[in-house]
Design a protein around this ligand. Structure first.
Ligand code: ZN
Length: 223
């Protein structure tokens, strides 16, 4: 699943060689995309045997490749949020721009708006998350939310299942792009009210269905 998530995120333009998904494993461990290197470059070409197993201190437990330098995003959130079993960190461009600008990503698209019904929290720091202290700060900023801005850096998306975290990252990017385009034409975005979001959400597809779609459209050879 981590390999599939790497491919989807890369082919949809949410990550380049940076960014990383992970899933929680039993025994206070996680499976995570390895750090980019001369051997690990394109995320859509990563194979299962290249993934890294690390503990919640960030120490490599299994695998031939180093975990990402920003593994402390994952260790801190898994420690702080027992309900979270999957994490995606990206530098996805549109959501990151909105975070830089300090502009809210408003609920303006009917399918995706449920994700931003409450404002996306912001961690106002562009440092690499390379130690536990910074990871804990980010986890605190995330709180009980599903997504968080890392201002001047990217976003994090958390969920019980990895496909859900990926779909939410995709939805956040689509919302950010819509918000940006409305502002670009000097429009006044209509914020979709709760009752309309509720009605659409009740009639909508599950994240499983949406994940299947995004997985299928990113399959196959890609030069
Ligand atoms: Zn990063």
């Amino acid at each position: 699943m981590v390999v599939e998530a790497c491919r989807v995120l890369y082919r949809l333009g949410l990550v380049d060689y940076m960014g990383h998904p992970s899933v929680r494993l039993p025994g206070d461990l996680m499976l995570i995309k390895p750090r980019h290197s001369l051997d690990i470059s394109r995320p859509d070409r990563i194979t299962p045997d290249q993934l890294a197993v690390i503990d919640l201190d960030g120490t490599l437990v299994e695998g031939e490749h180093e975990p990402p330098g920003e593994r402390f995003i994952h260790t801190a959130i898994y420690r702080a949020r027992p309900d979270v079993h999957a994490i995606v960190h990206t530098h996805q461009p549109m959501a990151t721009v909105m975070g830089i600008a300090g502009e809210p990503i408003l609920p303006v698209l009917h399918v995706q708006s449920e994700l931003v019904r409450t404002p996306v929290p912001v961690w106002p720091c562009a440092k690499l998350v390379t130690d536990e202290r910074l990871g804990d700060q980010l986890a605190e900023a995330l709180g009980q939310h599903r997504v968080c801005h890392l201002r001047g850096h990217g976003i994090v998306s958390v969920a019980r299942e990895l496909p859900e975290a990926v779909v939410n990252a995709i939805h956040l990017e689509q919302l950010a792009e819509a918000n940006w385009k409305v502002r670009a034409i000097r429009g006044r975005p209509r914020v979709i009210p709760d009752d309309e979001i509720d009605q659409r959400a009740a009639a909508g597809s599950s994240w499983e269905v949406r994940w299947r779609y995004y997985s299928q459209i990113t399959e196959g050879a890609n030069p």
